[in-house]
Ligand binder design. Structure first.
Ligand code: SF4
Length: 466
């Protein structure tokens, strides 16, 4: 979500006539887009803010305007001005579109400008902004979260759930496709809740905007996420759109109707839907899930994964996990390892629990020591590494289609070769990274290519162009 917001911030400032620079000393405006999902991320944002202070004392008088955006801005608000008086503005998650106006005001001498309120009165409507040429784009379809998992700060930093309409999203994507976008990632804190109470909801009375907030998922008769996928799949204006991804989801709203979208197109599935699902599970223990306020059982999660693999055996699966949540016992942790064995994820994003102030879990006794949290985290990551190695190795010898994302940062594979070969990187439909070599002169960015998989590590595949 923050990557997409940063893209929007860049595009809004470009519309204002500013150019991007990767030299912080050259910048006229510096905006930190900070995340609060873990304690470490907040510390990182605040310490980076501290490193910008000397720029305000430049002897040449070229002082940049400095702003804080994102969840850190939304949560800390005016406290940020107390902490860093040299900070010029704070822009919350719901106020990004006010940035050009905010920068204008600061340029004209205002100090400590703050926009950090949630827009509670209006429906959610926006158009996607992309910065430069892109074959891939993030498209916000809903925002906010009403789930209030006990550990999570997001409902407090992103507000209540609101959704765009199917018509608006399809038109937005049509504009992107006309600009060359071939893969989209539909974004929201909980995309499976898409449609709940949106303006096309036949069930909604005009005054009902606030009442529908808080209910789980769309009701019968309201627009829903599978309908959006099917509309994007079939609209003739989107013929050149090749892949649809989405993130993030909650198992509770991961409906049978959505699972059926993963079937082959010949059996009623959504042809453009990428063969990958990221479905956060957080723990393999029902006792811990209950404490987390997740409202789903591990057995139902496994049943969802089994049905998905039945429909698409090649589907790539990834998840989020937290270790060391209050009360997590060794047996709870072992259940999480057993879940990895059972589901065979391609990838996991695992973290040691850290309490987020203001959440319900922060009031629980944080009774798992840091040593135990770190030991469990390492064990979990090592455990998954072996699973990922085997899953990646099973791809060797196969031919796969990738969307080329650019030259790889790591060019080690090409070192020593007496040619102009460069390492490029792309991604399969099931979200696996494939590195391959090609002549440096060829412009491959944004192209769909077929590669034969020649090797594998636990992180990526090596391919050869076919
Ligand atoms: S569903 Fe996701 S974003 Fe919403 S409260 Fe739970 S963890 Fe946070």
């Amino acid at each position: 979500m923050n990557v997409a917001d940063s893209e929007r911030i860049s595009a809004l400032l470009a519309e204002k006539g500013l150019e991007a620079t990767d030299q912080v000393e050259d910048a006229h405006v510096i905006i930190l887009n900070g995340c609060t999902v873990r304690e470490k991320a907040v510390h990182k944002a605040l310490s980076t803010l501290g490193t910008l202070r000397p720029l305000k004392k430049r002897p040449d008088g070229q002082k940049p305007l400095i702003g804080m955006a994102g969840c850190v801005a939304q949560l800390e608000k005016e406290k940020l001005f107390k902490r860093a008086p040299y900070l010029d503005f704070v822009v919350g998650t719901d106020a990004i579109d006010h940035l050009p106006e905010i920068v204008h005001r600061v340029e004209h001498g205002e100090r400590h400008v703050m926009y950090a309120d949630f827009d509670r009165a209006n429906d959610y409507s926006t158009d996607t902004k992309i910065f430069g040429y892109k074959a891939q784009a993030y498209v916000n379809i809903m925002k906010g979260c009403d789930k209030y998992c006990t550990y999570c700060i997001v409902p407090y930093t992103r507000g209540k759930e609101k959704s765009r309409t199917i018509d608006e999203v399809v038109e937005d994507v049509a504009r992107l496709v006309a600009r060359g976008v071939r893969e989209i990632t539909l974004l929201g804190q909980n995309v499976n809740s898409f449609g709940k109470g949106n303006p096309n909801s036949k069930l909604r009375e005009p005054q009902e905007l606030h009442n529908v907030i808080g209910k789980v998922g769309p009701r019968a008769g309201e627009e829903n996420f599978p309908q959006l996928l099917r509309a994007l799949d079939s609209d003739p204006r989107l013929a050149e759109l090749k892949r649809i991804r989405f993130t993030s989801s909650h198992p509770l709203d991961f409906s049978d109707e959505l699972i059926e979208c993963y079937a082959p197109a010949s059996q009623g599935g959504v042809a453009k839907l990428a063969g990958h699902l990221h479905l956060p599970v957080q723990s393999g223990s029902n006792a811990v899930l209950q404490k987390m306020g997740r409202h789903h059982k591990i057995e139902s999660y496994i049943a969802q994964m089994d049905r998905l693999r039945e429909l698409n055996p090649e589907v790539g699966l990834s998840t989020d996990l937290i270790v060391g949540f209050p009360t997590e016992t060794e047996e709870d942790f072992q259940q999480t390892l057993r879940l990895l064995d059972r589901v065979q994820f391609d990838n996991i994003y695992a973290f040691a629990y850290s309490p987020r102030p203001g959440t319900r879990a922060a009031k629980m006794v944080d009774d798992v020591s840091n040593d135990v949290k770190n030991r469990r985290l390492n064990e979990l990551l090592q455990y998954q590494l072996k699973i990922a190695e085997a899953r990646y190795a099973s791809r060797v010898g196969k031919e796969m289609e990738i969307l080329v994302e650019g030259e790889a940062k790591n060019q080690n594979l090409a070192v020593g070769l007496k040619t102009d070969l460069r390492v490029w990187t792309g991604r399969t439909t099931c979200n696996r990274v494939v590195n391959f070599m090609s002549g440096g002169q060829r412009e491959l960015l944004g192209k769909f290519l077929n590669v034969k998989i020649a090797g594998a590590t636990s992180l990526s595949l090596q391919g050869e162009l076919t």
